[in-house]
Design a binder for this molecule. Sequence first.
Ligand code: NAX
Ligand code: ADP
Ligand code: K
Length: 465
Amino acid sequence: MIPRAILTAAEMKAAEDATMASGVSVDQLMERAGRAAADIAWRMAGKAHVLVLCGPGNNGGDGYVVARLLAERGCEVQVAALADPATDAARNARAQWPGPVDAIGDARPAPMVVDALFGTGLARPLGADLSAALCDLVRKARHSLAVDLPSGIETDSGALLSPVPFFDATIALGSLKPAHLLQPAAGFMGMTLVGEIGIAAESALLEIGRPTLVPPLPSAHKYSRGYVLVAGGAMAGAASLAADAAIRAGAGYVALAGPEHGEGPLALVQRLAVDPRTLADLLADERVDVAVAGPGLGLNDKAEARLESVLAAGKRLVLDADALTLIAKRGAETLAGLDAPPILTPHEGEFARLFGDISGNKVERAREAARRSGSVIIYKGNDSVVASPDGRAAIAPPAPSWLATAGTGDVLTGIAAARYAATGDPFEAACEAVWLHGAAARMAGPFLIADDLIEALPRALAACL
Ligand SMILES: NC(=O)C1=CN([C@@H]2O[C@H](COP(=O)(O)OP(=O)(O)OC[C@H]3O[C@@H](n4cnc5c(N)ncnc54)[C@H](O)[C@@H]3O)[C@@H](O)[C@H]2O)[C@@H](O)CC1
Ligand SMILES: Nc1ncnc2c1ncn2[C@@H]1O[C@H](COP(=O)(O)OP(=O)(O)O)[C@@H](O)[C@H]1O
Ligand SMILES: [K+]
């Protein structure tokens, strides 16, 4: 699946400028944007009464186009504007709207509301009266559509600058923006559709889409499909979850090496490794493609020694949980010299321990963390962000919040290890793992526990063949 690009407000402006330099006028772009939004509104509500709220900028301009096109289709349309248009394109669009323009205070509730107040140009919170009116009108409507973004959202960070109502749908114009996927904004979008307006949307930031997987080749054998070694420790259950997930995610051979036998399917190879020396010997096997440390590792001296063996093994690594807490003590930059970039899977707390001083939005923080640690970062959460030291980054579509339960992170780690072993590409592997994890969660359904995710994994993987 070809992933969709995500453009920041500045990148969108640059893409728009490049399109205009090739001979397309801003009025043409606005017409396309308005037409795309009007088509969606029509499909949502048909010939309903429509209220279009227009702001002063080009987002408002799109709104006047929507109003004209829906009126042409026979809808009864009220346009309510916050202020006179402040751009030439918006002025032209308003001039082509044949009906009256009311003050925003005179907006009447309607079955269909189109929010064209502000898009990527929003610079500060909406006034309290305006955001209250927007929330009230959207709440009273049967259908609601946000043009480009719900008004009140910061495009690049996904922050809510002022209260925003829940929309049924949002049409992202030209391209997704970070706020369409980052929380808290992503939770207010409803269904997000991308409206094609003829702009070349290219970016180093992508949406994580369904991976394309291939069945094993006829010549495949267990080691060619990937050998994952999971270093266990104090808590056998967590390491078992990671190992079980790795084998279910398609690794051909998974060994769980810990001070005691763990759980898991019979296909899992259990190796007793009471002291770090034995673990080092197991890791020295050249068939091992990826080593995992962290889930259930512990935080004591023994755990330190085991982590040391894993870091010294010269293997591709996936590091999570306790391993991240231990690494935070010595500094994430100490990972930058490893033979291959490891995958780190911090949740918010682990990220703060490792990279607490990094500021910016979630994508910026993940990118800086990746650069500093020479690692691929899966910065987990409802809006997981994957970042690579080479600057590539990707945001996952919102994941089911049923994932907020113990052990689901261990499962993600196992999936990432299997995919890293299969592909050798830590960024691709991390993106694939996040997608598969989310898909397995959707399949497992409400009240899932981590074990259910593992059970659902084969179905999630099969959806990618
Ligand atoms: N980028 C593109 O390629 C295209 C963009 N279009 C539309 O243009 C939008 C961006 O247009 P603009 O850059 O004009 O930005 P907006 O229309 O989002 O808003 C900018 C205007 O609002 C004012 N403003 C900002 N925050 C305010 C606040 N809190 N209260 C009151 N006024 C405030 C600004 O001073 C400016 O006049 C996009 O979201 C999209 O809807 C489309 O028309 C066509 C193509
Ligand atoms: N509210 C949420 N919505 C969506 N996904 C979530 C949510 N909370 C947690 N997750 C996901 O669940 C997993 C939890 O991982 P983690 O916090 O490491 O838990 P554990 O250590 O118990 O395995 C991560 O993949 C994270 O992205
Ligand atoms: K809007």
